[in-house]
Design a protein around this ligand. Structure first.
Ligand SMILES: [Zn+2]
Ligand SMILES: [Zn+2]
Ligand SMILES: [Zn+2]
Length: 141
């Protein structure tokens, strides 16, 4: 479905394409919300084992393909990066939205301006997490 786009994306980030890389990126595109290691393991075909999945997630993060998403329950989740992210240089200070109904976290690419901090505080990054009801759940009522 997203095959062409995924191949282009891997080439753009200088990542050699393998079956698991293509399958994992397709999964992130299809779902549209942040996925934990366990989610990825459940959703990918059995041919890919735990360790391979773990390594692929880790390398995707290093390659600027996915980023960590904040979660209030301490589960580490990942979501696709915007194209501006590169190898070890993430630019993901966008808003994340946690839906209390379905429990999914979405990346919302809306502009959030950084607050001015008191003197002496230097932030390296900000994590923005909104909570409420997502689009899908709102439309279901
Ligand atoms: Zn990123
Ligand atoms: Zn929802
Ligand atoms: Zn995000």
């Amino acid at each position: 479905m997203h095959t062409e786009h995924i191949r282009k994306l891997l080439a753009q980030k200088g990542v050699r394409k393998t079956r698991i890389r293509e399958a994992m990126l397709a999964l992130f595109f299809d779902k549209g919300y942040a996925l934990s290691h366990a989610d990825v393991e459940t959703l990918l075909p059995d041919e890919f084992d735990r360790v391979t999945i773990y390594r692929t997630l880790k390398s995707f993060e290093e390659q600027g393909l996915i980023h960590k998403v904040p979660d209030d329950r301490g589960v580490m989740r990942f979501a696709l990066c915007p194209e501006s992210c590169t190898h070890r240089q993430h630019t993901d200070s966008h808003l994340h939205f946690f839906c209390r109904r379905c429990g999914h976290t979405y990346c919302l690419h809306v502009h959030v301006s950084e607050p001015a901090l008191p003197a002496g505080f230097k932030a390296e990054n900000f994590e923005w997490l909104a909570q409420g009801t997502c689009q899908t759940c709102s439309s279901k009522q």
